[in-house]
Write a protein that binds this ligand. Structure first.
Ligand code: GSH
Length: 212
């Protein structure tokens, strides 16, 4: 059995944040597939694992954690070199991680789900347009912040970068012209993509394509 177990599925950008950290750090980890599209997060067995009914869940020895931000904080202190190096840096990492969870990831994940995976007509076009507006507003913030800097919370890569990058590599599933609309975000993504061990979420976690 591997040292770290990550309950995840390929389409989960929240799980990708943790999976990518583990992979970049060269950690001994294994994914456990959660069949999200068949209601796997609502199975009583899964709710025993995480009462919040959400992926990702990390298991490491006697520790079991959910919430990608908490998992990144835990792993950052254990493996790899993505942990903040001072109290000031830690607050900056937390600031961007909370912002990511609330603004960047939540609107992108919901918008992407409705456009790519939910049955057509599941919600009105107005809802989708609202989510697109919120996602684009978050991208404007990230683009402004990354202009003229390499990493989000420090002069080196931290878990804040991993958090904000969670959904950014599912490029074809968003109607962005990435390089034209978000040049600084695109350059930052290329820095992450160039790291030794980087993998696309569909390569790193099980369950792509859906149903196979
Ligand atoms: N804030 C949570 C969000 C986790 C989340 O929404 N996970 C999705 C998959 S990407 C999920 O399992 N959703 C189940 C549901 O909302 O019913 C985190 O960062 O881990």
């Amino acid at each position: 059995m591997a040292e770290f177990t990550l309950h995840c599925f390929a389409q989960s950008g929240n799980a990708y944040k943790a999976a990518l950290l583990l992979e970049l750090a060269g950690a001994d980890w294994e994914p456990v597939f959660v069949d999200f599209f068949k209601g796997g997060v609502r199975d009583p067995e899964f709710l025993e694992l995480n009462e919040m009914g959400e992926v990702p869940v990390l298991e490491h020895r006697d520790t079991r954690l959910s919430q990608s931000g908490v998992i990144l904080d835990y792993l950052g202190g254990l493996v790899g070199s993505f942990a903040p190096r001072s109290a000031v840096e830690r607050r900056e990492v937390l600031r961007w991680t909370f912002w990511d969870n609330h603004k960047l990831t939540s609107y992108h994940a919901t918008w992407r789900f409705l456009v790519n995976f939910a049955p057509k007509g599941a919600v009105s076009d107005d809802v989708i347009a609202f989510l697109e507006g919120r996602a684009r507003a978050a991208m404007k913030t990230l683009e402004r912040h990354l202009k003229g800097r390499d990493w989000i919370a420090s002069d080196q890569m931290t878990t804040a970068d991993l958090s904000c990058a969670g959904y950014m590599f599912y490029e074809d599933e968003f109607p962005y012209d990435w390089a034209a609309e978000w040049p600084s975000v695109t350059a930052w993504k290329e820095r992450i993509r160039a790291l030794p061990g980087w993998k696309h979420p569909y390569e790193l976690m099980p369950g792509h394509p859906i149903g196979q």
